[in-house]
Design a protein around this ligand. Structure first.
Ligand code: CA
Length: 614
């Protein structure tokens, strides 16, 4: 009898909300700076109903109806002193209540607005969740998800959030303090969905990675170990299987909505003072690829939707940062509004944008505080430093002679005057879209280490891709993205090599793992590298010696590189302006004391990190 009653109630409840398929954001918080929100309600002919709220905690200030009658947008104002709980939204047809939805107001994380974003004290570990570790084989294939497992480079391999949670200690022991996770939102695409850049639901973690609760748990467990979580977000486009692409709210929800046109990738048109209008529009209105429709952020409903979505995830999972995909492809005025809204809500937060260019004039255009030629005001705190990445790889690989080698990275760094805040740039040797660093420098372990030392001690926030610490390469096919994002050894049951335990690693891999551990853990505890002033000395062309100092309060660290394959003797008098008074030092990697009289010997193809002492 009891069961029958329960079933009856279940049927009633089901019918009550049968028409409402989506409510986004699905809940909000009390005490947010953003207390006026827009709630998208999706359901058949929903716009023909009249929504009403009779509750002092939420005021329904207005209702917006759009071309598609399956959508209605409710503008809600949450009272400043509202207590958490459920607020009924009723939908009437005439005088008859047809449906209701209980909208939840959650209690806010007490200090959420003070959450500190990633900064110079951090080192980021970039993970492609499908490829790091399979912590739960039960979620590998799910009936509701279109793409199943496969063993090809571009197939799904089964990695998930549980796999990351299980190996947080490995990441922590290496000395990393933050994780940038490639996108983990639902990508219910037919194929090629493992990378996560084709969102099909903005409010749902892909069930093959876990669920929203598990994502929150990852953030919580990571923070307990001193690791911050950085979410990868894509305001520019979604996946062509997104439910709102199949039934768009308006005729202008997407650019080229009914007529796919690819972007030209002419990103320079954004800054070009001579640009033709068509080049600007073909760049930012074109689709990234055919399966990624281009969102029109000029639509005010969509703009608000995307801003709220980012804030929702930061609040929900207590994130410490966002990485923004394809930054210059979206509407730039929208990106300014989007970043401003986030930074207003979380003043200590950090957001890093991807602008893939080797031209620092273009990169610097997007950084907060930059005074631009066209008056564009950006609120984006950080950018990926692609110009420095390409300069350093060239510097390491170059042959010898005038204008070659370290002079390239020296000059790249000398461009820092272009940036409003060069210290808040993310520096990296590679990422999920690039040939792996070990391959970039032709599997030369000495040059590899010099590069890692550079990124770990130069200004900025270092980021390394998972597996760099065990020399993962992309030798067989440098351009193949699926191969760059190979499975991390040890992440799958039965793996012959297990990098988590060290079993099966070769000598060079073990040595590199130790090297990373020593370097990053040293960096972790040295404010001079986090916040120190940078002074670089021009390379000596003939000898290929390059060095810089980081200085902070009374601490000085000297980082020196020798690119030629023979020992060099350096005249210390040249460095008198910073060496003055310092007579000895401690070399961090070799762990030995060094006397600094007037000469220093440095081995061929090596780098030294010397903490100076008097
Ligand atoms: Ca799995």
């Amino acid at each position: 009898m009891k069961n029958a009653l329960y079933l009856f109630l279940l049927i009633i409840c089901f019918n009550v909300n049968a028409q409402i398929q989506k409510v986004e954001p699905p809940f909000w918080w009390t005490g947010m700076k953003m207390s006026e929100i827009q709630v998208l309600v999706y359901g058949e002919d929903i716009s023909n109903l009249q929504p009403k709220i009779d509750d002092s905690r939420i005021k329904l200030t207005s209702v917006d109806r759009v071309q598609n009658e399956n959508y209605i947008f409710l503008n809600l104002e949450i009272s400043k002193d509202a207590q958490p709980g459920w607020v009924e939204i009723n939908f009437y047809k005439g005088k008859k209540r047809k449906y209701n939805y209980s909208y939840q107001l959650l209690k806010r994380n007490k200090n959420a607005n003070l959450v500190k974003g990633f900064d110079n004290s951090d080192v980021m570990y970039l993970i492609t969740p499908d490829r790091f570790a399979n912590g739960d084989s039960e979620n590998d294939e799910l009936p509701e998800m279109k793409e199943k497992l496969g063993d090809g480079n571009n197939d799904r391999h089964g990695g998930d959030l549980q796999g990351i949670i299980d190996h947080l200690d490995y990441i922590k022991d290496l000395g990393f303090t933050s994780i940038w996770l490639n996108p983990a939102l639902e990508n219910n695409m037919e194929r090629f969905s493992y990378h996560g850049y084709s969102t099909t639901d903005y409010y749902k973690i892909d069930p093959r990675f876990g669920n929203n609760k598990l994502f929150k748990e990852l953030s919580y467990k990571a923070s307990e170990k001193g690791i911050k979580i950085i979410m990868d977000v894509i305001p520019n486009h979604c996946g062509s299987e997104h439910w709102f692409f199949k039934d768009p709210p308006t005729q202008d929800w997407f650019n080229n909505q009914n007529n796919y046109k690819n972007t030209t990738h002419n990103r320079e048109a954004v800054q070009d003072i001579h640009a033709a209008e068509i080049d600007k529009s073909e760049h930012h209105d074109g689709w990234f690829v055919e399966t990624m429709p281009d969102l029109n952020q000029g639509n005010s409903f969509l703009s608000k939707y995307l801003i709220q979505n980012a804030i929702w995830w930061i609040e929900y999972a207590t994130l410490a940062g966002l990485r923004v995909d394809t930054y210059p492809y979206a509407d730039k005025d929208f990106m300014s509004d989007w970043t401003k809204a986030i930074m207003d809500e979380y003043p200590k937060f950090n957001i890093v944008g991807e602008e893939w260019t080797t031209n620092p004039a273009i990169t610097s255009y997007w950084q907060r505080g930059k005074v631009n030629h066209d008056g564009y005001v950006s609120h984006l705190p950080s950018l990926m430093d692609f110009p420095l990445q390409s300069a350093l790889t060239e510097a390491l690989n170059d042959d010898f002679g005038w204008g070659k080698g370290f002079v390239k990275s020296y000059k790249a760094l000398a461009n820092d005057f272009l940036y409003a805040d060069p210290f808040n740039l993310v520096v990296f040797p590679d990422n999920h879209d690039m040939t792996r660093f070990f391959t970039q420098i032709n599997n030369d372990l000495d040059l590899f280490k010099m590069g890692i030392i550079y990124y770990s001690t130069i200004r900025g926030i270092p980021q390394f891709y998972y597996g760099t610490e065990i020399l993962m390469d992309s030798n067989k096919n440098p351009g193949n993205h699926g191969l760059i994002r190979s499975n991390f050894p040890g992440g799958w049951p039965g793996d012959q090599v297990n990098a988590f335990t060290g079993s099966g690693l070769n000598k060079n891999q073990i040595e590199t793992l130790r090297f990373f551990k020593k370097l990053l853990n040293w960096r972790k505890n040295n404010e001079v590298i986090h916040y120190g002033k940078l002074i670089q000395f021009a390379p000596k062309f003939a000898e290929e010696i390059y060095s810089y100092y980081r200085t902070y309060n009374d601490k000085k660290v000297w980082v020196i590189f020798n690119r030629v394959d023979k020992t060099q003797v350096i005249d210390l008098n040249h460095f008198e302006e910073v060496h003055n008074g310092f007579k000895s030092g401690y070399e961090v990697l070799q762990e030995k004391k060094i006397i600094l009289n007037d000469k220093l010997e440095i081995k061929g193809k090596s780098a030294m990190i010397i903490e100076l002492s008097k």
